[in-house]
Write a protein that binds this ligand. Sequence first.
Ligand code: FDA
Length: 312
Amino acid sequence: MDLNQVYRNTVLSVANNKTVQDIVKQRAWSVAKRFVAGEERQTAIEAVKDMEKVGVHGILDLLGEFVDTEAKANEFADEIIRLLDAAEGQGFPIYVAIKLSSVGQKITLANGENLGMINARRILKRARELKGFVALDMEDHPLVDLTLQQFRTLVGEFGHETVGTVLQAYLYRTEQDRASLDDLKPNLRIVKGAYLEPESVAYPAKRDVDLQYRRLVYQHLKAGNYCCVATHDESIIEDVKRFVQMNKIPNSQFEFQMLYGIRRELQIQLAREGYTVRAYIPYGSDWYAYFSRRIAERPANVMFVLRGMLKG
Ligand code: FDA
């Protein structure tokens, strides 16, 4: 395992500790604001409008992870539908990200139906009416099979213009997963992967993750599919630019995606160069898990958090 992975695994393990959670939740909001647009829906919509002014589109993301009750899952889905409604007519493309686990993916109803699918269909129906797009985020590895199965069903019902999903380059299985989805002509976001994963399922060395990342993007583009290149890694971005030029892949077949608060200048520069660029804009009060993953991605971020917390 390389040093990057050791750092990442340590931060993610510490972040799971209840005492650490309580302290950080109380004291780190001023720091978390760098990565989270705000707690309210309207603040997130304003953040998208600000990004639009510099040529970057937004991906609205209501923060929330796994929920264990039917009522919470339904309420979460209702809020996403309210978000879609609020985005209507604002003058920007409607694009949201959801985690199936937050709308009931792990809950089976008495009649045998999966609550996550019921709620996903409600959300997708509204998104399709508004000509919007919904990306199903990918979570930790035990959820990958189910998410891909559900994605397949949902693309069949709503089409690849309405729903896409995410593949993570750190998992050994991903090259096969990507190929197995080709018949759907899927819109896929390729990411490196942000969860704490064991060596039995994920590459422990960053070098291997980066290599598989490039392979996945190239294969997906060569297969004629739409690819969301979601990374802040400039050397990958430069390689992708060269690859599309050499292979005559039009700009309309891919886009770059990055996270709110990270490499904003690069986002604007790529948009100025004529590429489609979308920034993931998270909002909501349940920011802790998302924030921990951002801290785990970069050693310098720990100092940033500690300084921020000491300032109060
Ligand atoms: P890498 O970690 O190699 O970073 C490259 C450079 O980017 C760094 O050197 C630094 O300059 C900058 N950088 C990266 N992270 C930073 C941070 N936190 N703070 C400051 N600078 C940073 N993951 C997942 O498992 N499931 C998902 O659904 C998604 N969804 C998603 C959507 C979008 C739009 C993006 C951009 C990313 C995700 N991710 C994700 C997260 C992804 O898996 C990955 O953890 C991050 O993108 C960081 O990896 P990079 O590809 O940027 O490379």
